[in-house]
Design a protein around this ligand. Structure first.
Ligand SMILES: Nc1ncnc2c1ncn2[C@@H]1O[C@H](COP(=O)(O)OP(=O)(O)OP(=O)(O)O)[C@@H](O)[C@H]1O
Length: 383
């Protein structure tokens, strides 16, 4: 049994000056024309539950344009408990409260996890490695505070290193010390990421098989930045296939340190950092063909769906709680069978919030099970 959101209230959150909504079923459809504030509601739920937003805003952007602060309140019920959750936002500051007591974000992590699926996520299957790395790191950061910290530290180090490499002259001892820190942080990030990716792929493969009726097999590879940097001997030496992610942090550290030192001159010439997990390559394959280059649109969408369902599986495994599923405007992007694959979660007992511009994406049986919230243009909300 997991916690579900029974009600939510927003004040001065994005376009909502005041909004109160109650949810008396596990399927909540939020229907309204464009720009009526549907996504803003989902984003408030995601900020409260996953502690992040899929839009990666600054805190100021979440606050109503004419306000100086915002707040989101929600009641989560289940497991014979009722939790009063609150998030207060000011520019550059956020504070979480649980039953009136101030909590750190890490205390809130996993209490009511959520998985969000928005149109931008459809880029995942055909997008570059950067899109795939970001998807993995976003998920890892939601699941683990250490993952989030390591990613943040690594990003800062890479920024510093790139700034240094662009300077006309710099001391090589400064570069040495950044590289030393990068090796520790980078090996840790790769370790977390490879393990997460390998777990997720196991789920995604099963999900893809189900969605495609077993017609094709989904596979993936993760290649280190140094495999990509033109040295084919090294590329042959270290191919990493997902499923064999049993490499240790020490091995990763040694490999990265060696490659950083042998690539130093290229990095100086090209004035940017070439080695490390920010440049690792992630590819997905269906029956051996690269999904980005060869898969049909339908196949690409099935891959994304299998991946999103894998995120739900992973959250359940990590936290022992079923996550909320937040589906922002994706129904219009999916055809009937893929829509049905997503809505199977209703039977698995997940609470699902779906935004859509029209009710037509849902069959009458499903509408019968749902709380339908109609958002009028710029007005008060009727349920
Ligand atoms: N900080 C803010 N203050 C006030 N209004 C904002 C703020 N941030 C966003 N908005 C406005 O909120 C409105 C609703 O946005 P939202 O993305 O929720 O709409 P939507 O109903 O999901 O639309 P669509 O169907 O087009 O995706 C937009 O017009 C946007 O300009």
């Amino acid at each position: 049994m997991s916690l579900k959101i029974a009600n939510i209230s927003l004040s001065d959150f994005r376009s909502w000056h005041r909004l109160e909504l109650g949810f008396d079923s596990d399927l909540i459809l939020i229907v309204g024309r464009n720009a009526t504030g549907k996504t803003n509601i989902l984003e408030a739920i995601q900020m409260m539950t996953s502690l992040v937003s899929f839009k990666h805003p600054t805190l100021s952007q979440l606050i109503g344009r004419d306000a100086s602060s915002a707040s989101v309140r929600a009641t989560a019920v289940g497991d014979s408990r009722s939790l009063d959750m609150r998030l207060d936002l000011k520019p550059g500051q956020r504070a979480y409260f649980l039953n009136g007591k101030k909590k750190s974000p890490s205390d809130m992590r996993g209490l009511v996890p959520s998985v969000c699926f928005a149109p931008d996520h459809l880029e995942f299957s055909k997008g570059s490695s950067q899109v795939k790395r970001a998807a993995l790191d976003d998920l890892g950061s939601q699941i683990s505070q250490s993952y989030q910290n390591v990613k943040r530290d690594y990003d800062k180090l890479i920024q510093n290193k790139n700034r240094l490499l662009k300077e006309e002259s710099f001391s090589s001892s400064l570069l040495d010390s950044i590289d030393e820190m990068l090796v520790n942080c980078g090996a840790q990030l790769m370790f977390y990421r490879i393990n997460l990716f390998s777990n997720l792929m196991r789920y995604a493969q099963v999900n893809y098989e189900r969605i495609s009726d077993g017609r094709e097999v989904l596979a993936a590879t993760y290649r280190y930045s140094w495999d990509r940097s033109g040295d084919s001997a090294v590329a042959r030496e270290y191919p990493v296939s997902i499923g064999d992610a049993d490499i240790s942090r020490n091995e990763l550290r040694e490999m990265m340190a060696a490659r950083l030192s042998s690539t130093r001159q290229s990095e100086i010439q090209r004035k940017r950092s070439l080695i490390g997990p920010h440049a690792d390559e992630i590819r997905l394959f269906l029956d051996g063909s690269d999904v980005s280059d060869f898969a049909s649109q339908g196949q690409q969408r099935s891959v994304v769906l299998a991946w999103k369902i894998a995120e739900v599986d992973q959250m359940e495994a990590t936290f022992g709680n079923q996550p909320l599923l937040l589906l922002d405007d994706v129904m219009s992007e999916l055809d009937g069978p893929r829509r049905r694959a997503l809505l199977e979660f209703v039977d698995r007992g997940l609470q699902i919030f779906i935004t859509a511009t029209q009710r037509d994406y849902f069959d009458p049986e499903l509408l019968g099970k749902a709380t339908v919230i109609e958002l009028p243009i710029g007005g008060e909300t009727a349920q």
